[in-house]
Ligand binder design. Structure first.
Ligand code: GLN
Length: 283
């Protein structure tokens, strides 16, 4: 079997499995399985593929046809230009979430960073916490998650990027102490009924616990807002990633709790992606 016939066989299988970019995915899988790059493939398409590489390639292809995300197959995803390990215990970092990090960094820019304590709730892979520390090294970052497996991955990611982050296993605030100048969170926010309509990659393979925001998707925003006051210094900032249609509802929840300077920030497509607010100065 030549590299080209292996690739074209794979593309057919991927298409049958309902995968759209079957040509580029088949190239990627072949290159990944054989440890070669696109240049090599283009120059050697008509060469025989070494038979010892068949099983590796077949195994990857079979998994991808079961709609396991590519990132779980390679075990990696880039976020804010940094490398992160991922597996089925953590949500794959999304480019959308970079907006949350950028907004947090913008707010941190004009502060006395040395004294700032920042908390990332529901850290998952740790992508938010690790990149905040990377791009604002003066701050002290704490990150928490309810999942021990996720925290283990987040720790590996902090180590991989050589970042000093304090990890705490905690059900939201249950095991956290002290106060913070900023709390950021990308909590689960998909309404339960919507989950079955998502792509198989997401609904079957990403951890439901990282997706499910209960009936209206707002469960974690409410829960966090119930207690955030006790963990934020007066004047402290609270920033959430939100679903595209949750800007109004989450802003309203913050308003009810007395937050000020509330703003929904749109992403590049013009959809609300982040809501931020400030805890009132007076206690
Ligand atoms: N904070 C993590 C991320 O942004 C995980 C989010 C989640 O599990 N809902 O990727």
């Amino acid at each position: 079997m030549t590299y080209r016939s292996a690739r074209s066989w794979a593309a057919d299988q991927l298409r049958e499995a309902g995968i759209e970019n079957e040509i580029s995915e088949s190239e990627f899988l072949l290159e990944y399985a054989c440890g070669v790059d696109l240049n090599f493939y283009l120059l050697h398409q008509t060469d025989e593929m070494p038979p010892e590489q068949y099983p590796v390639f077949r195994d990857l292809l079979e998994k991808r046809c079961r709609r396991i995300p590519l990132q779980y197959l390679t075990g990696e995803q880039e976020f804010m230009g940094l490398p992160f390990f991922v597996d089925g215990h953590v949500l794959i970092p999304r480019q959308d979430t970079e907006l949350l990090v950028e907004e947090a960094l913008r707010l941190l820019k004009d502060t006395e960073k040395q004294k700032m304590r920042v908390l990332d709730l529901c850290t998952g892979s740790g992508c938010i916490a690790v990149s905040l520390k990377k791009f604002c090294p003066e701050i002290a970052v704490t990150a928490s998650d309810i999942s021990a497996e996720a925290l283990c991955m987040a720790r590996k990611n902090a180590e991989r990027n050589d970042m000093d982050v304090l990890f705490v296993r905690s059900d939201l605030f249950s095991d956290l102490t002290g106060r913070f100048h900023m709390i950021v969170s990308n909590p689960p926010y998909i309404p339960t009924d919507i989950i079955p309509t998502l792509m198989p990659e997401v609904r079957i393979h990403e951890p439901w616990q990282a997706l499910d925001g209960s009936a209206d998707g707002l469960f974690f925003y409410r829960k966090i807002l119930e207690e955030a006051d006790r963990y934020l210094f007066p004047g402290g900032r609270l920033l959430f990633e939100i679903g595209y249609d949750q800007g109004g509802a989450v802003s309203e929840l913050m308003r009810e709790k007395g937050y000020t300077e509330i703003e929904a920030v749109p992403d590049l497509q013009g959809l609300d992606r982040v809501v931020k607010g400030r805890r009132t100065e007076h206690v």
